[in-house]
Design a binder for this molecule. Structure first.
Ligand code: SAH
Length: 220
């Protein structure tokens, strides 16, 4: 077994041991998607250490435990339609595609042209060609394909972007970090009930890069 494979097993088994990774489907997806294809070549050996890594621009690929936390909350099912805001490396979108399967659909939006090219290239390298990646301001969502079963915002918003709530299906879920650029940020879970009412829960403190665009931090 290569050093990288060893590190991957260790990280994933540790997430299971500490109770952050509980669902067999999420574990299977994390075992399958080659995280090393989504990091910069100079970080390949560190790909499976449980930390966030810089990619291009101001973007980062989140730490493996962050994906476990978000996916355990989201409870994606086969066939669901998912929107990701902030493609970054493309790794999150590749995991989402594994979780929703062939019959599901993943759309990921990236605002930074350089990062968009990076994510697109990585998804292709990983043979994940059936993820739809679009260069656009995701803070307004993506009306054309709405409504969604689940929306993942992977950049910190000043407050929950209103258009995203509108683009959730009844029973739809959203995970969104909310907070200050440098200060404390909380990962928020939102579920839209059948009657349109919202259920909201704080999951944990997090560190994400700021959300830009119309419903993000405009000064960035
Ligand atoms: N989910 C990614 C990590 C995202 S890092 C992964 O798995 O690797 C956050 C990303 O959000 C950055 O690439 C940043 O450029 C992007 N971003 C910030 N504001 C955005 C916006 N309004 N619309 C789309 N992408 C945005």
């Amino acid at each position: 077994m290569s050093e990288l494979e060893k590190q991957k097993k260790e990280t994933i088994e540790n997430l299971v041991a500490i109770g952050r990774l509980r669902s067999p489907e999420i574990k299977k997806a994390m075992m399958k998607v080659k995280r090393e294809l989504f990091v910069l070549p100079s970080y390949k050996d560190e790909a499976w250490i449980d930390v966030a890594l810089p990619i291009v621009g101001k973007a980062t690929i989140s730490a493996p435990h962050m994906y476990a936390i978000m996916f355990e909350e989201a409870k994606l099912k086969k066939g669901e339609k998912v929107l990701e805001i902030g493609s970054g490396s493309g790794y999150g979108a590749a995991l989402m595609k594994e979780l929703v399967g062939k019959e599901g659909k993943v759309i990921t939006l990236e605002i930074d042209p350089e990062v968009y090219e990076f994510a697109k290239k990585n998804l292709k390298k990983a043979d994940c060609t059936n993820v739809k990646i679009i260069l656009s301001d995701g803070s307004v969502g993506y009306e054309k394909e709405a409504p969604y079963d689940c929306i993942f915002v992977t950049a910190t918003a000043p407050e929950i972007p209103k258009p995203l709530i509108k683009q959730l299906k009844p029973e739809g879920r959203m995970l969104v970090p909310v907070g200050g650029i440098a200060g404390s940020q909380e990962l928020i879970y939102i579920k839209k009930n059948k009657d349109g009412g919202l259920e909201e829960r704080n999951i944990c403190g997090v560190v994400f890069v700021p959300l830009r665009g119309k419903f993000g931090y405009k000064q960035i």
